[in-house]
Design a protein. Structure first.
Length: 173
């Protein structure tokens, strides 16, 4: 009986190594894929939230006051990219690669900044009821490029350009 046990152990000696070698590639593919997909969702969510915050800020301002409104537009762009109202040199953006030039703010005073919009899309927009019309502000982030880490086994390319992300809010003034 002892001889059978020793023979059986000798035959099983390399089985664990072979099983590990067969399973490591699919496990790494899943792990790296989850990591990249998680980063992608995090970056997308961050860009969406930054556009919403900038729209909320600019929606509280009056475009008929040019001097203060110009400052508000600058603050909204800084808020969308850096998460603060004042931009300074060497600041890190909320997500890598996000730039001030990616942010477009469109309202009744600057509708030309957003492709495909006319003044009728943001000024005196009908609510569809007897309450009248309202003015809208749109903060659009275009051309943001998410860069993959380049992890092996994921099959992902080097980058992915998000479709335009925008937030629309009623301009209260």
């Amino acid at each position: 009986m002892r001889q059978f046990s020793t023979l059986h152990q000798r035959r099983q000696r390399g089985v664990a190594s072979v099983e590990f070698a067969l399973l490591i590639v699919p496990l790494l593919m899943v792990a790296f894929g989850v990591l990249e997909y998680g980063r992608l969702l995090y970056h997308y969510d961050t860009v969406v939230k930054s556009a919403r915050s900038a729209a909320r800020l600019i929606a509280q301002r009056n475009p008929d006051e040019p001097s203060s409104y110009t400052t508000a537009l600058s603050e909204a762009r800084c808020l969308a990219v850096y998460g603060v109202l004042q931009c300074t040199q060497n600041q890190e953006p909320l997500v890598p690669g996000l730039q001030l030039s990616d942010v477009r703010i469109c309202d009744r005073s600057s509708v030309n900044d957003c492709d495909g919009l006319s003044i009728n899309d943001v000024k005196n927009v009908s609510t569809g009821s007897d309450t009248g019309t309202l003015n809208l502000v749109i903060v659009r982030i275009t051309g943001y490029e998410f860069r993959f880490l380049g992890l092996p086994f994921t099959g992902a390319g080097s980058s992915l350009v998000f479709q335009p992300i925008q937030s629309v809010m009623r301009q209260g003034l």
